[in-house]
Design a protein around this ligand. Structure first.
Ligand code: CMX
Length: 135
């Protein structure tokens, strides 16, 4: 694990949340991107080393819609950057963590991602991610 890459926050409405987080962090949202496989629309803000991903569900079956129905809006996941996602997935599986996908999948913001089940991590959904460097 290299560092916390971003914190994901589940919101009901990006139209409401983006301007508020822009004010809070005193910076502009630099990217909005849909991830159809996850049924989410994402918005990214960065201040210094700190990156926030706001996530709005685009379908009722989205993990974000289920999360908000159950727990309300709030912190949804913490993402750690890794240098080699395949090696890190192997290491975590060998340590007994339950990975939510067998292969890295493509996430927002040009990343390969994998999630660790929150039941394994004291109630926190952990994402590991690696920047995609090849086209
Ligand atoms: N953080 C902490 N706990 C969470 C959670 C989260 N984000 N999401 C669900 N849970 C909890 C549930 O509340 C539930 O707890 P209880 O058993 O105490 O009630 C438990 O995890 C299991 O929940 P479940 O109902 O069995 O399963 P869900 O259908 O809610 O799925 C999860 C949970 C984590 C497996 C699923 O959301 C998942 O696969 N997530 C990974 C993908 C994802 O989150 N995509 C959206 C973001 C994409 C992106 O960043 O681009």
């Amino acid at each position: 694990m290299l560092k916390v890459e971003h914190i994901g926050i589940a919101v009901r409405s990006l139209a409401d949340a983006v301007p508020l987080y822009e004010k809070l962090l005193n910076t502009n949202c630099y990217k909005q991107e849909a991830v159809q496989s996850e049924a989410v629309q994402t918005a990214f803000l960065q201040q210094g080393e700190t990156k926030i991903e706001l996530l709005e569900a685009t379908a009722p079956e989205s993990a974000i819609a289920k999360f908000i129905d159950k727990k309300g809006e709030g912190i949804h996941h913490i993402a750690f950057e890794v240098a080699d996602i395949h090696a890190e997935m192997q290491r975590l599986a060998a340590e007994g963590f339950v990975l939510l996908n067998e292969q890295p999948k493509r996430g927002a913001d040009n990343k390969l991602i994998c999630f660790v089940h929150p039941k394994n991590t004291h109630g926190v959904l952990v994402e590991i991610c690696q920047e995609i460097t090849t086209p």
